[in-house]
Design a protein around this ligand. Structure first.
Ligand code: NAD
Length: 291
């Protein structure tokens, strides 16, 4: 798009490897910085993605997770206010908690446990949304809020416990594929390129639509179906399915209603699960050196 990009990361759950291919590009700059501290730079747009996103990472240091969402939002909103930048928040379907309505629309307020193991992430993101909307109302900041549903693709961390990377890494290593519960809980899986297209449309939309807006793939699969698909796409794997206890507060069903994104952004996901999984499996094959 011809933009200069300043990538800010403290490498808490990301790695420099993920952007190594961009380091020689004169339009790209990398800065090690923790967003819980103020940042003084000059920018026109801010995409606030900083936050560990998998339970393994966000529960490792839950206080830091809440700080990243809340102090990070305050610092980035302060920066946006100072330089009059447009700012987009990567919020999450977790703001709906364990939802009592399906599929979830943006006007659903959620069903969230405020004191559980997942609360540092869920409530941190909910508070960040509050801050975004108060900066908008109080300081007329140009905000955008995307509620991202389960997204996967190349460059995921191999050990972060997320279901797609977990199953692929297990299948490539011929290890048991661990399913929590009986595998009948459903998820919808969005390929990363679809999400990026949606977020750029949200940031750039000319009518000033700010959200919150769901960005996710509404096609549902059970966790068991996902495991079986991964095994079909890695036919020489000798992995078997094994079933463990469900973790606390794990939602039974999660599916976005994306009619608002379709209407306001003319956006819908395009990459089918098989194609996205194939690209992600290729990435992990190269990364893990397996055949
Ligand atoms: N992947 C998904 O399914 C999903 C779903 C909903 C929301 N999101 C949101 O999208 C964003 C990106 O998620 P992801 O899946 O790419 O996760 P990720 O862990 O790969 O990326 C998060 C990045 O933020 C960095 N980070 C963490 N704390 C930081 C801090 N204090 N200061 C600076 N950098 C920090 C990490 O090092 C990492 O590079 C997150 O905000 C996440 O909550 C992701």
């Amino acid at each position: 798009m011809g933009c200069d990009v300043l990538c800010v990361d403290n490498f808490y759950s990301g790695t420099k490897d993920n952007v190594a291919h961009l380091l020689g590009n004169p339009c790209f700059e990398l800065m090690r910085h923790d967003v819980t501290f103020p940042l003084y730079v000059e920018v026109d747009e801010i995409y606030n993605f900083a936050c560990p996103a998998s339970p393994v990472h966000y529960q490792w240091d839950p206080v830091q997770t809440t700080k990243t969402s809340v102090h990070g939002a305050i610092n980035m909103l302060g920066l946006a206010k100072r330089v009059k930048a447009k700012i987009l928040q990567a919020s999450t379907s977790e703001v709906y908690g364990d939802p009592q309505v399906h599929p979830q629309r943006e006007n659903y307020w959620g069903h969230v446990n405020p004191i559980g193991l997942r609360s540092c992430y869920d409530e941190g993101k909910r508070c960040a949304e509050t801050l975004f909307f108060d900066y908008h109302r109080q300081h007329s900041l140009q905000i955008r809020v995307a509620r991202i549903f389960n997204t996967y693709g190349p460059h995921m961390h191999p050990n972060d416990g997320r279901v797609v990377s977990n199953f692929i890494v297990q299948a490539l290593g011929n290890k048991d594929i661990t399913i929590y519960g009986d595998g009948s809980q459903t998820r919808s899986f969005q390929y990363v390129d679809d999400l990026i297209e949606g977020m750029v449309r949200l940031m750039e939309n000319a009518v000033g639509f700010i959200g919150p807006v769901n960005l996710g793939n509404p096609v549902e699969f059970t966790i068991r179906q996902l495991a079986e698909k991964v095994l079909r796409l890695i036919p020489n794997s000798t992995s078997k399915l094994v079933f463990n206890d469900l973790p606390a507060d794990d939602p039974i069903q999660r599916k976005p209603d994306i009619s608002l994104a379709q209407e306001k952004l003319d956006w819908a996901p395009r990459v089918p699960l098989d194609e996205g999984l194939t690209r992600t499996i290729d990435y992990f094959r190269r990364k893990l050196g397996s055949v």
